[in-house]
Design a protein around this ligand. Sequence first.
Ligand code: ADP
Length: 483
Amino acid sequence: MNLKDPTLLKTSCLVGGEWTSSADSRTIPVNDPADGLEVATVPRLDIGTVRKAIDAAHAAFPAWRARPAKERSAILRRWFELVVANADDLAQILTAEQGKPLAEARGEIISNAAYLEWFAEEAKRVYGDVIPSSGSSSRIVVLKQPVGVCAAITPWNFPNGMITRKAGPALAAGCTLVLKPASKTPLSALALAELAQRAGVPPGVFSVVTGDASAIGMEFSHNPKIAKITFTGSTEVGRWLLKEMADGVKRASMELGGNAPFIVFDDADVDAAVEGAMISKFRNAGQTCVCANRIYVQAGIQDRFAEKLVAKVRELKIGRGTEPGVQQGPLIDMKAVEKMEEHIRDAQEQGAEVVVGGQRHALGSSFFEPTVMRGVTQGMKVTHEETFAPLAALIRFETEAEVIGMANDTDVGLAAYFFSRDLARVWRVAEAIEAGIVGVNSGLIANEMAPFGGVKQSGMGREGSKYGIEDYLEIKYVCMAGI
Ligand code: ADP
Protein backbone atom coordinates (compact mmCIF):
# COMPACT_ATOMS: atom_id res chain seq x y z
CA MET A 1 0.00 0.00 0.00
CA ASN A 2 1.23 3.42 -0.84
CA LEU A 3 -1.08 5.72 1.10
CA LYS A 4 -1.01 9.50 0.79
CA ASP A 5 -2.00 9.54 4.45
CA PRO A 6 -0.50 6.49 6.18
CA THR A 7 -2.21 7.43 9.45
CA LEU A 8 -5.44 6.04 7.96
CA LEU A 9 -4.10 2.53 8.37
CA LYS A 10 -5.21 1.85 11.94
CA THR A 11 -4.42 -1.37 13.73
CA SER A 12 -6.14 -0.72 17.04
CA CYS A 13 -9.79 -0.24 17.96
CA LEU A 14 -11.60 3.00 18.68
CA VAL A 15 -13.19 2.59 22.10
CA GLY A 16 -14.82 5.63 23.64
CA GLY A 17 -12.58 7.95 21.63
CA GLU A 18 -9.34 6.13 22.55
CA TRP A 19 -7.31 3.91 20.21
CA THR A 20 -7.20 0.67 22.15
CA SER A 21 -5.66 -2.81 21.94
CA SER A 22 -6.81 -5.95 23.67
CA ALA A 23 -5.95 -6.16 27.38
CA ASP A 24 -4.21 -9.48 26.64
CA SER A 25 -2.55 -8.15 23.44
CA ARG A 26 -4.19 -10.83 21.28
CA THR A 27 -4.65 -10.02 17.60
CA ILE A 28 -6.36 -11.24 14.43
CA PRO A 29 -4.43 -11.28 11.14
CA VAL A 30 -5.88 -9.50 8.12
CA ASN A 31 -4.81 -11.15 4.87
CA ASP A 32 -4.85 -10.04 1.25
CA PRO A 33 -7.09 -12.54 -0.57
CA ALA A 34 -5.03 -12.10 -3.75
CA ASP A 35 -1.98 -13.85 -2.24
CA GLY A 36 -2.88 -14.78 1.33
CA LEU A 37 -0.15 -12.51 2.72
CA GLU A 38 -0.72 -10.65 5.97
CA VAL A 39 -1.61 -6.98 5.51
CA ALA A 40 -1.85 -6.07 9.20
CA THR A 41 -3.23 -7.33 12.47
CA VAL A 42 -6.08 -5.90 14.54
CA PRO A 43 -7.01 -6.57 18.16
CA ARG A 44 -8.91 -9.64 19.23
CA LEU A 45 -10.54 -7.57 21.94
CA ASP A 46 -11.31 -9.07 25.31
CA ILE A 47 -14.97 -8.76 26.24
CA GLY A 48 -14.16 -6.32 29.06
CA THR A 49 -12.94 -3.82 26.46
CA VAL A 50 -15.99 -4.43 24.26
CA ARG A 51 -18.11 -3.59 27.31
CA LYS A 52 -16.12 -0.38 27.74
CA ALA A 53 -17.13 0.63 24.22
CA ILE A 54 -20.78 -0.06 25.04
CA ASP A 55 -20.48 1.86 28.33
CA ALA A 56 -18.93 4.79 26.46
CA ALA A 57 -21.75 4.73 23.89
CA HIS A 58 -24.26 4.69 26.72
CA ALA A 59 -22.55 7.59 28.48
CA ALA A 60 -22.31 9.61 25.27
CA PHE A 61 -25.95 9.08 24.31
CA PRO A 62 -27.69 11.81 26.40
CA ALA A 63 -25.44 14.60 25.13
CA TRP A 64 -25.48 13.38 21.52
CA ARG A 65 -29.26 13.10 21.33
CA ALA A 66 -29.56 16.54 22.94
CA ARG A 67 -27.33 18.20 20.33
CA PRO A 68 -29.40 20.23 17.90
CA ALA A 69 -30.05 18.19 14.76
CA LYS A 70 -28.28 20.89 12.79
CA GLU A 71 -25.05 20.24 14.69
CA ARG A 72 -25.26 16.48 14.26
CA SER A 73 -25.93 17.13 10.61
CA ALA A 74 -22.85 19.34 10.24
CA ILE A 75 -20.62 16.68 11.80
CA LEU A 76 -21.98 13.96 9.51
CA ARG A 77 -21.51 16.24 6.55
CA ARG A 78 -17.84 16.78 7.51
CA TRP A 79 -17.41 13.02 7.83
CA PHE A 80 -18.85 12.60 4.33
CA GLU A 81 -16.48 15.22 2.94
CA LEU A 82 -13.46 13.58 4.59
CA VAL A 83 -14.41 10.16 3.19
CA VAL A 84 -14.66 11.61 -0.31
CA ALA A 85 -11.39 13.55 0.09
CA ASN A 86 -9.59 10.36 1.20
CA ALA A 87 -11.31 7.99 -1.23
CA ASP A 88 -8.06 6.94 -2.95
CA ASP A 89 -6.42 5.83 0.29
CA LEU A 90 -9.60 4.19 1.54
CA ALA A 91 -9.84 2.29 -1.76
CA GLN A 92 -6.30 0.98 -1.38
CA ILE A 93 -7.03 -0.22 2.14
CA LEU A 94 -10.25 -1.84 0.96
CA THR A 95 -8.66 -3.65 -1.96
CA ALA A 96 -5.78 -4.87 0.19
CA GLU A 97 -8.10 -6.61 2.63
CA GLN A 98 -10.99 -7.58 0.35
CA GLY A 99 -9.54 -8.05 -3.14
CA LYS A 100 -12.01 -6.16 -5.34
CA PRO A 101 -10.60 -4.02 -8.18
CA LEU A 102 -9.42 -0.58 -7.04
CA ALA A 103 -11.91 1.23 -9.30
CA GLU A 104 -14.73 -0.79 -7.79
CA ALA A 105 -13.44 -0.12 -4.27
CA ARG A 106 -13.38 3.59 -5.00
CA GLY A 107 -16.89 3.31 -6.43
CA GLU A 108 -18.08 1.61 -3.25
CA ILE A 109 -16.58 4.36 -1.12
CA ILE A 110 -17.99 7.27 -3.10
CA SER A 111 -21.46 5.80 -3.60
CA ASN A 112 -21.76 4.84 0.04
CA ALA A 113 -20.30 8.05 1.43
CA ALA A 114 -23.50 9.40 -0.07
CA TYR A 115 -25.39 7.74 2.80
CA LEU A 116 -23.53 10.01 5.23
CA GLU A 117 -24.42 13.01 3.08
CA TRP A 118 -28.06 11.93 2.73
CA PHE A 119 -28.56 11.26 6.44
CA ALA A 120 -26.76 14.48 7.36
CA GLU A 121 -29.64 16.10 5.47
CA GLU A 122 -32.33 13.82 6.90
CA ALA A 123 -31.13 14.53 10.46
CA LYS A 124 -32.84 17.92 10.13
CA ARG A 125 -36.14 16.43 8.97
CA VAL A 126 -37.16 14.14 11.81
CA TYR A 127 -40.67 15.53 11.99
CA GLY A 128 -43.32 14.54 14.49
CA ASP A 129 -47.09 15.04 14.16
CA VAL A 130 -49.93 16.87 15.83
CA ILE A 131 -53.11 14.85 15.38
CA PRO A 132 -56.64 16.12 16.12
CA SER A 133 -58.09 14.21 19.05
CA SER A 134 -61.65 13.09 19.75
CA GLY A 135 -62.17 15.79 22.40
CA SER A 136 -61.73 19.53 21.93
CA SER A 137 -59.61 19.95 25.07
CA SER A 138 -56.73 17.71 24.05
CA ARG A 139 -54.31 17.05 21.22
CA ILE A 140 -52.38 13.97 20.15
CA VAL A 141 -48.71 14.81 19.77
CA VAL A 142 -46.27 12.38 18.19
CA LEU A 143 -42.57 12.73 18.94
CA LYS A 144 -39.80 10.81 17.22
CA GLN A 145 -36.86 10.01 19.46
CA PRO A 146 -33.62 8.06 19.00
CA VAL A 147 -33.81 4.36 19.86
CA GLY A 148 -30.68 4.56 22.06
CA VAL A 149 -27.35 2.78 21.92
CA CYS A 150 -27.10 0.70 18.76
CA ALA A 151 -24.73 -2.10 17.82
CA ALA A 152 -23.84 -2.84 14.21
CA ILE A 153 -22.33 -5.99 12.74
CA THR A 154 -21.19 -5.73 9.12
CA PRO A 155 -19.90 -8.16 6.46
CA TRP A 156 -16.73 -8.30 4.36
CA ASN A 157 -18.21 -7.87 0.88
CA PHE A 158 -18.66 -4.09 1.23
CA PRO A 159 -16.22 -3.30 4.06
CA ASN A 160 -16.79 0.44 3.77
CA GLY A 161 -20.29 0.82 2.38
CA MET A 162 -22.09 -1.38 4.86
CA ILE A 163 -20.88 0.92 7.62
CA THR A 164 -21.88 4.32 6.30
CA ARG A 165 -25.41 3.13 5.59
CA LYS A 166 -25.78 2.17 9.25
CA ALA A 167 -23.73 4.86 10.97
CA GLY A 168 -25.32 7.63 8.86
CA PRO A 169 -28.93 7.12 9.98
CA ALA A 170 -28.00 6.04 13.52
CA LEU A 171 -25.96 9.16 14.26
CA ALA A 172 -28.40 11.39 12.38
CA ALA A 173 -31.25 10.14 14.57
CA GLY A 174 -29.27 10.87 17.74
CA CYS A 175 -28.26 7.28 18.51
CA THR A 176 -24.74 6.23 19.44
CA LEU A 177 -23.18 3.22 17.75
CA VAL A 178 -20.71 0.43 18.49
CA LEU A 179 -19.59 -1.35 15.33
CA LYS A 180 -18.10 -4.79 14.89
CA PRO A 181 -16.84 -5.09 11.31
CA ALA A 182 -16.13 -8.42 9.62
CA SER A 183 -12.89 -9.91 10.88
CA LYS A 184 -11.62 -10.31 7.30
CA THR A 185 -12.03 -6.60 6.54
CA PRO A 186 -11.66 -4.49 9.69
CA LEU A 187 -9.16 -1.98 8.27
CA SER A 188 -11.77 -0.10 6.22
CA ALA A 189 -13.89 0.27 9.34
CA LEU A 190 -10.99 1.55 11.43
CA ALA A 191 -10.05 4.08 8.73
CA LEU A 192 -13.65 5.30 8.72
CA ALA A 193 -13.46 5.65 12.50
CA GLU A 194 -10.32 7.78 12.21
CA LEU A 195 -12.16 10.07 9.76
CA ALA A 196 -15.18 10.19 12.05
CA GLN A 197 -12.95 11.47 14.83
CA ARG A 198 -11.43 14.10 12.55
CA ALA A 199 -14.94 15.17 11.55
CA GLY A 200 -15.77 15.87 15.18
CA VAL A 201 -17.84 12.81 16.11
CA PRO A 202 -17.53 12.96 19.91
CA PRO A 203 -15.87 10.16 21.94
CA GLY A 204 -18.20 7.22 22.49
CA VAL A 205 -20.66 8.22 19.78
CA PHE A 206 -19.01 5.88 17.27
CA SER A 207 -16.73 3.06 18.44
CA VAL A 208 -15.25 0.17 16.48
CA VAL A 209 -14.44 -3.14 18.15
CA THR A 210 -12.77 -6.11 16.45
CA GLY A 211 -12.50 -9.64 17.75
CA ASP A 212 -14.27 -12.93 18.13
CA ALA A 213 -17.55 -12.58 16.23
CA SER A 214 -19.73 -14.87 18.29
CA ALA A 215 -18.45 -13.55 21.66
CA ILE A 216 -19.06 -9.96 20.59
CA GLY A 217 -22.42 -10.91 19.05
CA MET A 218 -23.38 -12.52 22.35
CA GLU A 219 -22.36 -9.40 24.29
CA PHE A 220 -24.32 -7.11 21.95
CA SER A 221 -27.37 -9.39 22.23
CA HIS A 222 -27.43 -9.58 26.02
CA ASN A 223 -25.97 -6.27 27.21
CA PRO A 224 -28.94 -4.29 28.57
CA LYS A 225 -27.39 -0.99 27.49
CA ILE A 226 -27.82 -1.92 23.83
CA ALA A 227 -31.27 -0.99 22.53
CA LYS A 228 -30.91 -2.17 18.96
CA ILE A 229 -28.79 -4.36 16.72
CA THR A 230 -28.39 -3.68 13.04
CA PHE A 231 -26.85 -6.57 11.15
CA THR A 232 -25.87 -7.33 7.58
CA GLY A 233 -24.70 -10.86 6.86
CA SER A 234 -25.90 -14.38 6.44
CA THR A 235 -29.45 -15.48 7.25
CA GLU A 236 -27.98 -18.12 9.54
CA VAL A 237 -26.14 -15.61 11.77
CA GLY A 238 -29.06 -13.16 11.61
CA ARG A 239 -31.44 -15.83 12.84
CA TRP A 240 -29.06 -16.71 15.68
CA LEU A 241 -28.75 -13.05 16.72
CA LEU A 242 -32.53 -12.62 16.70
CA LYS A 243 -32.89 -15.58 19.04
CA GLU A 244 -30.20 -14.25 21.38
CA MET A 245 -31.72 -10.75 21.39
CA ALA A 246 -35.20 -12.00 22.13
CA ASP A 247 -34.72 -12.01 25.92
CA GLY A 248 -33.99 -8.31 25.93
CA VAL A 249 -36.68 -7.57 23.29
CA LYS A 250 -34.14 -5.46 21.42
CA ARG A 251 -34.93 -3.68 18.19
CA ALA A 252 -33.47 -5.32 15.09
CA SER A 253 -32.65 -4.38 11.53
CA MET A 254 -31.54 -7.40 9.54
CA GLU A 255 -30.20 -7.36 6.02
CA LEU A 256 -29.69 -11.04 5.30
CA GLY A 257 -29.04 -13.31 2.38
CA GLY A 258 -30.75 -13.15 -0.97
CA ASN A 259 -31.20 -15.45 -3.93
CA ALA A 260 -32.05 -12.92 -6.60
CA PRO A 261 -33.95 -14.03 -9.69
CA PHE A 262 -32.99 -12.21 -12.89
CA ILE A 263 -35.66 -12.68 -15.55
CA VAL A 264 -35.28 -11.92 -19.24
CA PHE A 265 -38.55 -11.98 -21.18
CA ASP A 266 -38.78 -12.48 -24.92
CA ASP A 267 -39.70 -8.83 -25.39
CA ALA A 268 -36.61 -7.52 -23.59
CA ASP A 269 -33.86 -5.38 -25.08
CA VAL A 270 -31.32 -8.20 -25.13
CA ASP A 271 -28.24 -5.98 -25.07
CA ALA A 272 -29.56 -4.09 -22.06
CA ALA A 273 -30.37 -7.39 -20.36
CA VAL A 274 -26.84 -8.66 -20.95
CA GLU A 275 -25.39 -5.42 -19.56
CA GLY A 276 -27.68 -5.74 -16.55
CA ALA A 277 -26.71 -9.36 -15.98
CA MET A 278 -23.00 -8.55 -16.19
CA ILE A 279 -23.20 -5.85 -13.52
CA SER A 280 -25.63 -7.70 -11.32
CA LYS A 281 -23.87 -11.05 -11.53
CA PHE A 282 -20.18 -10.26 -11.82
CA ARG A 283 -19.76 -7.07 -9.77
CA ASN A 284 -17.56 -7.80 -6.74
CA ALA A 285 -16.92 -11.26 -8.25
CA GLY A 286 -20.53 -12.19 -7.58
CA GLN A 287 -20.18 -11.52 -3.87
CA THR A 288 -23.08 -9.18 -3.18
CA CYS A 289 -26.35 -10.00 -1.47
CA VAL A 290 -28.22 -8.52 -4.45
CA CYS A 291 -26.30 -10.48 -7.10
CA ALA A 292 -28.37 -12.26 -9.73
CA ASN A 293 -28.28 -15.86 -8.57
CA ARG A 294 -30.75 -17.47 -10.97
CA ILE A 295 -30.97 -16.12 -14.50
CA TYR A 296 -34.28 -17.13 -16.08
CA VAL A 297 -34.39 -16.60 -19.86
CA GLN A 298 -37.52 -17.07 -21.94
CA ALA A 299 -37.26 -19.79 -24.57
CA GLY A 300 -37.47 -17.48 -27.61
CA ILE A 301 -34.30 -15.51 -26.80
CA GLN A 302 -32.33 -18.11 -24.83
CA ASP A 303 -29.66 -18.64 -27.46
CA ARG A 304 -29.22 -14.98 -28.34
CA PHE A 305 -28.92 -13.93 -24.69
CA ALA A 306 -26.51 -16.76 -23.83
CA GLU A 307 -24.22 -16.04 -26.79
CA LYS A 308 -23.97 -12.35 -25.97
CA LEU A 309 -23.46 -13.00 -22.26
CA VAL A 310 -20.73 -15.55 -22.90
CA ALA A 311 -18.94 -13.11 -25.24
CA LYS A 312 -18.93 -10.45 -22.51
CA VAL A 313 -17.77 -12.89 -19.85
CA ARG A 314 -14.85 -13.96 -22.03
CA GLU A 315 -13.73 -10.30 -22.13
CA LEU A 316 -13.58 -9.91 -18.35
CA LYS A 317 -10.10 -9.15 -17.09
CA ILE A 318 -9.17 -11.14 -13.99
CA GLY A 319 -6.31 -10.18 -11.70
CA ARG A 320 -5.15 -8.50 -8.54
CA GLY A 321 -7.41 -5.60 -7.66
CA THR A 322 -4.47 -3.22 -7.78
CA GLU A 323 -3.66 -3.93 -11.44
CA PRO A 324 -5.04 -1.39 -13.91
CA GLY A 325 -8.09 -2.47 -15.88
CA VAL A 326 -8.88 -5.52 -13.75
CA GLN A 327 -12.61 -6.26 -13.52
CA GLN A 328 -12.64 -9.28 -11.25
CA GLY A 329 -10.38 -9.94 -8.30
CA PRO A 330 -10.05 -13.05 -6.16
CA LEU A 331 -12.91 -14.50 -4.14
CA ILE A 332 -12.71 -13.72 -0.45
CA ASP A 333 -11.32 -17.13 0.59
CA MET A 334 -11.03 -20.80 -0.33
CA LYS A 335 -14.34 -21.60 1.32
CA ALA A 336 -16.00 -19.36 -1.27
CA VAL A 337 -14.12 -21.19 -4.04
CA GLU A 338 -15.25 -24.55 -2.70
CA LYS A 339 -18.88 -23.44 -2.57
CA MET A 340 -18.73 -22.31 -6.19
CA GLU A 341 -17.17 -25.64 -7.20
CA GLU A 342 -19.84 -27.52 -5.32
CA HIS A 343 -22.60 -25.62 -7.12
CA ILE A 344 -20.97 -26.27 -10.50
CA ARG A 345 -20.49 -29.97 -9.76
CA ASP A 346 -24.03 -30.41 -8.49
CA ALA A 347 -25.47 -28.72 -11.59
CA GLN A 348 -23.26 -30.76 -13.93
CA GLU A 349 -24.29 -34.00 -12.27
CA GLN A 350 -27.90 -33.09 -12.95
CA GLY A 351 -27.35 -32.31 -16.62
CA ALA A 352 -26.29 -28.65 -16.83
CA GLU A 353 -23.26 -27.69 -18.91
CA VAL A 354 -20.46 -25.19 -18.40
CA VAL A 355 -20.26 -22.89 -21.43
CA VAL A 356 -17.37 -20.75 -20.24
CA GLY A 357 -15.15 -20.88 -17.14
CA GLY A 358 -15.85 -23.52 -14.54
CA GLN A 359 -12.30 -23.83 -13.17
CA ARG A 360 -10.02 -22.27 -10.60
CA HIS A 361 -8.09 -19.52 -12.35
CA ALA A 362 -4.47 -19.99 -13.37
CA LEU A 363 -3.55 -17.09 -11.06
CA GLY A 364 -4.01 -19.43 -8.09
CA SER A 365 -5.11 -18.36 -4.58
CA SER A 366 -8.85 -17.84 -4.56
CA PHE A 367 -9.08 -16.58 -8.15
CA PHE A 368 -11.85 -18.31 -10.12
CA GLU A 369 -12.85 -18.13 -13.75
CA PRO A 370 -16.09 -16.26 -14.33
CA THR A 371 -18.51 -18.97 -15.35
CA VAL A 372 -21.70 -19.38 -17.36
CA MET A 373 -23.78 -22.56 -17.18
CA ARG A 374 -26.72 -23.52 -19.38
CA GLY A 375 -29.39 -26.12 -18.85
CA VAL A 376 -29.76 -25.30 -15.16
CA THR A 377 -33.05 -26.37 -13.59
CA GLN A 378 -35.05 -25.50 -10.52
CA GLY A 379 -33.94 -28.48 -8.41
CA MET A 380 -30.22 -27.70 -8.43
CA LYS A 381 -28.25 -26.19 -5.53
CA VAL A 382 -27.37 -23.12 -7.57
CA THR A 383 -31.05 -22.19 -7.85
CA HIS A 384 -32.01 -22.51 -4.23
CA GLU A 385 -28.81 -21.53 -2.38
CA GLU A 386 -27.03 -18.19 -2.59
CA THR A 387 -23.86 -18.96 -4.62
CA PHE A 388 -22.04 -15.69 -3.79
CA ALA A 389 -19.56 -16.24 -6.60
CA PRO A 390 -19.11 -15.43 -10.32
CA LEU A 391 -21.38 -18.20 -11.59
CA ALA A 392 -24.17 -17.25 -14.00
CA ALA A 393 -26.74 -20.06 -14.03
CA LEU A 394 -29.11 -19.87 -17.02
CA ILE A 395 -32.54 -21.46 -16.63
CA ARG A 396 -35.00 -21.68 -19.48
CA PHE A 397 -38.69 -20.84 -19.04
CA GLU A 398 -41.78 -20.67 -21.23
CA THR A 399 -44.48 -18.51 -19.62
CA GLU A 400 -44.75 -15.52 -17.30
CA ALA A 401 -46.81 -17.47 -14.76
CA GLU A 402 -44.23 -20.25 -14.72
CA VAL A 403 -41.31 -17.90 -14.11
CA ILE A 404 -43.07 -15.97 -11.35
CA GLY A 405 -43.74 -19.28 -9.63
CA MET A 406 -40.08 -20.26 -9.93
CA ALA A 407 -38.80 -16.82 -8.88
CA ASN A 408 -40.92 -16.84 -5.73
CA ASP A 409 -40.13 -20.45 -4.87
CA THR A 410 -37.63 -19.50 -2.15
CA ASP A 411 -37.80 -18.48 1.49
CA VAL A 412 -35.76 -15.30 0.91
CA GLY A 413 -36.63 -12.12 -0.98
CA LEU A 414 -34.05 -9.35 -1.22
CA ALA A 415 -33.48 -8.24 -4.83
CA ALA A 416 -35.13 -9.33 -8.08
CA TYR A 417 -34.57 -8.10 -11.62
CA PHE A 418 -36.45 -8.44 -14.87
CA PHE A 419 -36.17 -7.12 -18.38
CA SER A 420 -39.24 -6.43 -20.49
CA ARG A 421 -40.56 -3.65 -22.69
CA ASP A 422 -44.23 -4.49 -22.21
CA LEU A 423 -45.64 -1.92 -19.79
CA ALA A 424 -48.51 -4.09 -18.57
CA ARG A 425 -46.15 -6.97 -17.91
CA VAL A 426 -43.75 -4.66 -16.07
CA TRP A 427 -46.49 -3.73 -13.61
CA ARG A 428 -47.78 -7.30 -13.26
CA VAL A 429 -44.39 -8.80 -12.57
CA ALA A 430 -43.15 -5.97 -10.32
CA GLU A 431 -46.22 -6.45 -8.16
CA ALA A 432 -46.14 -10.25 -8.15
CA ILE A 433 -42.50 -10.76 -7.34
CA GLU A 434 -41.65 -11.40 -3.69
CA ALA A 435 -38.64 -9.15 -3.08
CA GLY A 436 -37.89 -5.92 -1.25
CA ILE A 437 -36.02 -4.41 -4.21
CA VAL A 438 -36.97 -4.86 -7.85
CA GLY A 439 -34.87 -3.72 -10.80
CA VAL A 440 -36.85 -3.31 -14.00
CA ASN A 441 -34.56 -3.08 -17.03
CA SER A 442 -31.62 -2.41 -14.69
CA GLY A 443 -29.11 -4.59 -12.90
CA LEU A 444 -27.79 -1.95 -10.51
CA ILE A 445 -30.37 -0.26 -8.35
CA ALA A 446 -29.08 0.53 -4.84
CA ASN A 447 -28.51 4.16 -3.90
CA GLU A 448 -28.90 6.33 -0.83
CA MET A 449 -32.19 7.85 -1.98
CA ALA A 450 -33.99 4.50 -2.24
CA PRO A 451 -35.09 2.04 0.46
CA PHE A 452 -32.93 -1.09 0.51
CA GLY A 453 -34.05 -4.21 2.35
CA GLY A 454 -35.69 -7.57 2.08
CA VAL A 455 -38.91 -9.47 2.62
CA LYS A 456 -39.34 -13.06 3.84
CA GLN A 457 -36.15 -14.41 5.44
CA SER A 458 -34.02 -11.73 3.78
CA GLY A 459 -34.65 -9.64 6.83
CA MET A 460 -36.41 -6.60 8.20
CA GLY A 461 -35.92 -2.86 8.08
CA ARG A 462 -34.73 -0.57 5.31
CA GLU A 463 -31.47 1.27 4.69
CA GLY A 464 -31.31 4.51 2.73
CA SER A 465 -34.11 6.90 1.74
CA LYS A 466 -36.50 8.78 4.02
CA TYR A 467 -37.49 5.38 5.46
CA GLY A 468 -33.95 4.51 6.56
CA ILE A 469 -33.85 6.87 9.52
CA GLU A 470 -37.12 5.45 10.91
CA ASP A 471 -35.25 2.27 11.84
CA TYR A 472 -33.34 4.33 14.43
CA LEU A 473 -36.33 6.21 15.84
CA GLU A 474 -39.04 5.34 18.33
CA ILE A 475 -42.48 6.91 18.16
CA LYS A 476 -43.73 8.48 21.36
CA TYR A 477 -47.35 9.53 21.72
CA VAL A 478 -47.93 12.42 24.10
CA CYS A 479 -51.51 13.19 25.07
CA MET A 480 -51.79 16.93 25.67
CA ALA A 481 -54.94 17.46 27.70
CA GLY A 482 -56.38 20.39 29.62
CA ILE A 483 -55.99 22.76 26.69
P1 ADP B 1 -20.70 -14.02 5.50
O1 ADP B 1 -21.13 -15.39 5.13
O2 ADP B 1 -21.03 -12.97 4.52
O3 ADP B 1 -19.31 -13.94 6.06
P2 ADP B 1 -21.60 -13.83 8.18
O4 ADP B 1 -23.00 -13.73 8.63
O5 ADP B 1 -20.82 -15.05 8.55
O6 ADP B 1 -21.67 -13.60 6.63
O7 ADP B 1 -20.77 -12.58 8.65
C1 ADP B 1 -21.30 -11.29 8.69
C2 ADP B 1 -20.83 -10.60 9.92
O8 ADP B 1 -21.32 -11.34 11.04
C3 ADP B 1 -19.32 -10.55 10.11
O9 ADP B 1 -19.00 -9.34 10.78
C4 ADP B 1 -19.05 -11.73 10.99
O10 ADP B 1 -17.86 -11.58 11.74
C5 ADP B 1 -20.26 -11.67 11.88
N1 ADP B 1 -20.57 -12.92 12.55
C6 ADP B 1 -20.32 -14.19 12.14
N2 ADP B 1 -20.74 -15.06 13.07
C7 ADP B 1 -21.28 -14.34 14.08
C8 ADP B 1 -21.90 -14.64 15.32
N3 ADP B 1 -22.04 -15.90 15.73
N4 ADP B 1 -22.31 -13.61 16.07
C9 ADP B 1 -22.18 -12.35 15.68
N5 ADP B 1 -21.62 -11.98 14.53
C10 ADP B 1 -21.17 -12.96 13.74
